[in-house]
Design a binder for this molecule. Structure first.
Ligand code: PEP
Length: 249
């Protein structure tokens, strides 16, 4: 059976003290132990949170990394460094990084390779813009993002990846893809993987949905057969919402 996952992407929100308060609240109230819960705070919080979460089943993710292990790359953080402070997952290719930092699927593929080389798991994000959907280009956009970002991997590597489908028009907008729209794209992604790697591999990969997911719409989305959980922005900044999302399967 595929892993059920709820991953909270805090983005560039909450300073260390605010973040510690939220972690204490989440740990006190308790996430669903049958779901893999992941929190992805800013880099500056990771080491402190690792200690705070050491006796819990909540894992830590970083929001980005560099593709090299070390060197003259001012301002960057490597996978090796993130691993040394206890990070287990790294979100890659979030639409905000594609839009504001000029990342594309090819450059992200190098990061994917490095994350896997160090034994961590990439959460590879893909998603189409509103214009691409309105022009009927959404399937082709996602197919290319999946192929260019992940198809350099062999089967054993791919199996360690998590995919997050996040339609750009639904991120932070309050607009959610309908369960039918989300399920249709998740099935398409799984089928794209099956065509290249076979059904067994495709059926073992967790594909998360992201885009204005909240406790009020999560049940319907997570009930879809190809949706294995969520990558959550805004609603992960509130302990009750985050916990409710882990209980929405
Ligand atoms: C995200 O940042 O990945 C996201 C899905 O944000 P939100 O839930 O706020 O739309």
């Amino acid at each position: 059976m595929r892993e059920k996952i709820v991953a909270g992407n805090w983005k560039m929100n909450l300073d260390l003290n605010e973040g510690k308060e939220l972690i204490i609240d989440i740990v006190d109230k308790g996430v669903n132990a049958n779901v893999t819960s992941i929190i992805s705070p800013p880099f500056t919080h990771l080491q402190t949170f690792k200690t705070m979460l050491s006796h819990t089943n909540i894992a830590l993710a970083a929001q980005n990394c560099h593709q090299q292990d070390e060197g003259a790359f001012t301002g960057e953080v490597s996978v090796k460094m993130l691993k040394s402070v206890g990070v287990q997952y790294i979100i890659l290719g979030h639409s905000e990084r594609r839009e504001y930092f000029q990342e594309d699927s090819l450059s992200i593929s190098f990061k994917v390779n490095n994350v896997l080389k160090h034994g961590l798991k990439p959460i590879y994000c893909c998603g189409e813009t509103l214009a691409q959907r309105q022009d009927g280009e959404h399937f082709e956009t996602i197919r290319l993002q999946i192929e260019q970002g992940l198809f350099q991997l062999n089967e054993l590597e791919l199996i360690n990846c998590i995919i997050a489908y996040e339609p750009v028009w639904a991120i932070g907008t309050g607009e959610t893809a309908s369960p039918e729209q989300a399920q249709e794209m998740h099935a398409f992604i799984r089928n794209t993987i099956a065509n290249r790697y076979g059904e067994i591999t495709a059926n073992n990969i967790s594909i998360l949905y992201g885009g204005s997911v909240k406790p009020s719409n999560a049940n319907e989305l997570f009930a879809c057969s190809d949706i294995d959980g969520g990558l959550i922005g805004g609603a992960s900044l509130d302990a009750d919402s985050f916990i409710a999302l882990t209980n929405s399967f």
